[in-house]
Design a protein around this ligand. Structure first.
Ligand SMILES: CC(C)(COP(=O)(O)OP(=O)(O)OC[C@H]1O[C@@H](n2cnc3c(N)ncnc32)[C@H](O)[C@@H]1OP(=O)(O)O)[C@@H](O)C(=O)NCCC(=O)NCCSC(=O)C[C@H](O)C(=O)O
Ligand SMILES: [Mg+2]
Length: 301
């Protein structure tokens, strides 16, 4: 017996932030192997440069749109003086998602969704939410739940620890030790409502060893991937958040064991002394679909 591939399969191991004001960085993105590019109009763009940054994105989307990589635009808060013009840009460029910064309550997302709907953005334009305020983390459950209410475009939560540290005054420490409970709260809320969740940026982009440790920690906490600030972080993030050879071999063994005729009516089987249930078959099938997705991308560069 075989089971259908879950759909849609998405892979979000690496989401590179690119300041929309930086033309040189924009030119580079086509040569980079990240799963998503977040074109930033918010904190990496000075107030007097917002217009120029929007023009850069207009030119980029017109001349060299991304292929096989999600395109996300992070706008300024809708309540800011830049928010509405950013939103109009999103409606005209139709990226894969709008990333809303500093989401503190479900209402922020509902307002963004209402504005997208009212301006005629197609349903393909999803919503991503930055979780980076104390209030946002405390409201993680209702924010994630808004996917089933007035913000059904919501697709993914992105943790922002720079802002969260600033507001809570928790200093950076090895292992992000005092932040872990809040991070897990965001992961749990995302999973309860079927959302993806992406770990925060790591600022010291030349410190590859600590970055790798942070990626491994993020993966073990259940994150799908990491928001990145520098091209050098892409490969380590793809490696850490992608399926390992051992995980692929295990998944193949599970699928093939359940495909045996004698397993057709069994919900639980024994694979080399390990209990394996159909829920593991679902996990294995999802993992193999992700492997397929990644391989296809490699063969269509
Ligand atoms: C941090 C940087 C300013 C460093 O840039 P630079 O000094 O140019 O570094 P390098 O000389 O090592 O760069 C080597 C080449 O790589 C290109 N580059 C660098 N960064 C990027 C990038 N993000 N995307 C594409 N290309 C990039 C350089 O142009 C060099 O190219 P070349 O000259 O051809 O060799 C810079 O990395 C940077 O600006 N990073 C992104 C900053 C950003 O987006 N900030 C916002 C996101 S952070 C966030 O969201 C925090 C969150 O909200 C929270 O609260 O936690
Ligand atoms: Mg931030």
């Amino acid at each position: 017996m075989s089971i259908a591939m879950p759909s849609p399969i998405r892979v979000r191991r690496s989401a590179l932030s690119v300041p929309a004001i930086n033309r040189r960085a924009l030119e580079k993105v086509h040569s980079l192997d990240c799963d998503a590019v977040i074109f930033d109009l918010e904190d990496s763009v000075a107030p007097e440069k917002k217009g120029q940054a929007r023009d850069n994105l207009r030119q980029f989307f017109r001349e060299t749109p991304l292929r096989d990589c999600e395109a996300i635009i992070r706008i300024n808060a809708l309540s800011s003086e830049f928010g509405l013009e950013d939103l109009d840009l999103v409606v005209s460029l139709k990226p894969d998602a709008l990333l809303l910064p500093k989401v503190s309550r479900a209402r922020d997302l509902q307002d963004a969704q209402a504005a997208l709907d009212q301006k005629g953005a197609p349903p393909s334009v999803r919503l991503w939410a930055m979780m980076e305020t104390a209030e946002g983390v405390m409201n993680a459950t209702s924010i994630a739940a808004s996917r089933h209410q007035a913000a059904d475009r919501l697709d993914c939560l992105v943790l922002g620890l720079n802002d969260l540290r600033k507001e809570t005054r928790v200093p950076p420490r090895p292992g992000r030790v005092y932040l872990v409970p809040w991070m897990m709260q965001v992961v749990l809320a995302a999973r309860a409502y079927g959302l993806d969740v992406i770990d925060s940026v790591f600022n010291d982009f030349r410190d590859t060893d600590t970055f790798m440790l942070e990626c491994q920690q993020g993966r073990e906490m259940g994150f799908d991937g990491k928001m990145l600030i520098h091209p050098a972080q892409i490969e380590p993030a793809n490696q850490t958040f992608g399926p390992s050879d051992q995980e692929i071999a295990d998944a193949e063994a599970i699928v093939s064991a359940f495909n045996e005729p004698q397993a057709a009516e069994l919900n639980v089987i024994n694979i080399e002394g390990r209990m394996v249930e159909r829920l593991h078959l679902e996990q294995a099938t999802r993992l193999l679909a992700q492997v397929h997705f990644i391989q296809q991308r490699k063969t269509n560069p």
